[in-house]
Design a protein around this ligand. Structure first.
Ligand SMILES: CC(C)(COP(=O)(O)OP(=O)(O)OC[C@H]1O[C@@H](n2cnc3c(N)ncnc32)[C@H](O)[C@@H]1OP(=O)(O)O)[C@@H](O)C(=O)NCCC(=O)NCCS
Length: 193
């Protein structure tokens, strides 16, 4: 992937049910409320602090906004249309740094199982391929995280390797996945028919 930093401003993206808008410091209390739960963090990489500190969300949002200001990464707050602009989850995107972590996401637990993260991630993939013209997206998952892997399968990602890594819940297998722009375009043609 060619050198593409600094990234453009984080755009507002709309889907059928969601608005994805740039993350802001005002989102820290909602993140603290939705994110600081075992079922949320257990499958995430071990650099996520657990037990989650009282200022964990604010510290994290400040770090994200500093990276955003340097043009290194996109951070979207996921909000529901008609939901008063309140954050219910997050999705991030960054260029390839060789670690298989170009996209990451989480959603407040009360909204799981409605296809919302697939919808958000579809919009972010479309932005990466159609607007940024990235040749591929590579991601990795704790292999025990079946919901996250199912989203990748539904989006046409292909498994490309396995390793082990340290997660909040312990040492686990780590699965690497890749979706090429060509593969994504082929699926769009199929879906549009
Ligand atoms: C992963 C996560 C974002 C999924 O969000 P979501 O909005 O519920 O996801 P979707 O509804 O779009 O899709 C989830 C898919 O996984 C499936 N799924 C959920 N739990 C599953 C399980 N235990 N085993 C197999 N499939 C499962 C769902 O049925 C759905 O597939 P389907 O559409 O074919 O039925 C959410 O669970 C989350 O925030 N988890 C905590 C943070 C996290 O793990 N982030 C990812 C790090 S890689």
């Amino acid at each position: 992937m060619p050198s593409i930093l600094p990234l453009p401003e984080t755009p507002r993206l709309e889907t059928e049910r969601l608005v994805l808008r740039p993350l802001a410091i005002k989102d820290a209390p909602a993140i603290q409320q939705h994110f600081a739960h075992w079922e949320m963090v257990r499958h995430l990489v071990a650099r996520v602090p657990w037990p989650y500190p009282a200022d964990g969300a604010e510290t994290n949002v400040r770090e994200c906004l500093a990276k955003r200001a340097r043009g290194e990464q996109f951070y979207w707050a996921i909000t529901l249309k008609g939901g008063g602009d309140k954050l219910i989850g997050r999705i991030d995107l960054r260029p390839d740094a060789g670690v298989g972590a170009m996209r990451g996401f989480w959603l407040a637990q009360e909204y799981w199982g409605r296809g919302l993260m697939t919808e958000a991630a579809d919009a972010v993939n479309a932005y990466a391929f159609e607007v940024l013209d990235w040749p591929y997206i590579e991601v990795s998952t704790n292999a025990a995280n079946l919901a996250s892997q199912r989203i990748k399968e539904k989006q046409g990602f292909t498994p490309i390797g396995l390793a082990t890594d340290s997660y909040v819940e312990g040492i686990r297998s780590k699965a690497y996945w890749r979706l090429t722009q060509a593969g994504w375009r082929a699926r769009q043609l199929h879906v549009d028919r």
